[in-house]
Design a protein around this ligand. Structure first.
Ligand SMILES: Cc1cc2nc3c(=O)[nH]c(=O)nc-3n(C[C@H](O)[C@H](O)[C@H](O)COP(=O)(O)OP(=O)(O)OC[C@H]3O[C@@H](n4cnc5c(N)ncnc54)[C@H](O)[C@@H]3O)c2cc1C
Length: 239
């Protein structure tokens, strides 16, 4: 199972065996019907463009690539894919795509979150709400005018979710800890296509799991993170 697990119970009432007897062409037709142009298949000309990850050494060839632009799109994609008996993998930039390519992707819908970007800064609580595919550069562009920064890593084009939920070691780590500890809450679409909020006091098991497991437990459509009160920072590596 890659990323989000397929739901064992089907809303259409079909037993699992019937779903897996369905040919891939039928599954493709079901996805196209549900998702329209938000999904691209291997025989289509856009496939090579939409499947290309940040890391060009990874030749990822999933069954289909879906590109949501909103949380509702993510819900629709997860429901359509699991109903068709397909597996799902979340990807924001593809920095870690070589690891994903170690898995057979022939029945995987790759959900690429590059169109789901945006940051809202809340200076009064020194926090930010970050959409699921946002990069660290998006956060710094939004926080700097407020004299604030975040526990970002060394690369501005790494995604906030992929970095934060897998640990997140920054120049500030000695003084302020790991990025994962700056995550206050996450909005997650789970394997049954439900959008839920997970935090220290809501869906606490899921919050525990995504902080370390990220894409294994759902697709994160937004994160709420703590910010730091630094207007100017000078940092670097000494080799
Ligand atoms: C040039 C470079 C510099 C780096 N510098 C640092 C650094 O300073 N400190 C540090 O700690 N790390 C650093 N890293 C490592 C980087 O943080 C990880 O590779 C990170 O997982 C990349 O996240 P991504 O989302 O950009 O990549 P992706 O390959 O898109 O995703 C990585 C993982 O996160 C999951 N994921 C991504 N988005 C979502 C989402 N919205 N919902 C659910 N799951 C999601 C994916 O399923 C996958 O398992 C660096 C990596 C590179 C290539």
């Amino acid at each position: 199972m890659v990323g989000v697990a397929a739901s064992p119970t089907r809303k259409n009432g079909l037993p699992m065996a019937s779903l897996f007897e369905t040919s891939l062409d039928d599954r493709a037709m079901a996805l196209r019907e549900a998702l329209g142009s938000r999904v691209v298949f291997a025989h289509e000309p856009e496939y090579d463009v939409v499947r290309a990850p940040w890391n060009p050494t990874a030749d990822q060839r999933p069954f289909a690539v879906a590109t949501p632009e909103s949380a509702d799109d993510v819900v629709a994609i997860v429901r359509a894919a699991t109903t068709a008996g397909l597996r799902i993998a979340a990807q924001s930039t593809g920095h870690a795509a070589p690891g994903l390519c170690e898995t057979d992707l022939a029945d995987v819908v790759l959900v690429r979150l590059g169109a789901l970007r945006g940051v809202t800064v809340h200076p009064e609580t020194r926090t930010a709400t970050v959409l699921g595919g946002s990069h660290w550069n998006d956060v710094l562009d939004a926080t700097a005018p407020h004299g604030l920064t975040a526990l970002h890593g060394s690369a501005g084009d790494v995604s906030v979710v992929g970095y934060s939920l897998n640990g997140g070691v920054s120049f500030y780590a000695r003084a302020h800890g790991l990025g994962i500890n700056a995550v206050r809450s996450a909005q997650v679409v789970t394997a049954d296509g439900t959008l839920v909020r997970a935090s220290a006091d809501e869906n606490t098991d899921l919050f525990w799991a995504v902080r370390g497991g990220s894409g294994s437990f759902g697709i994160v459509v937004s994160l709420e993170i703590n910010l730091l009160p630094y207007a100017d920072v000078f940092a670097g590596m000494l080799l």
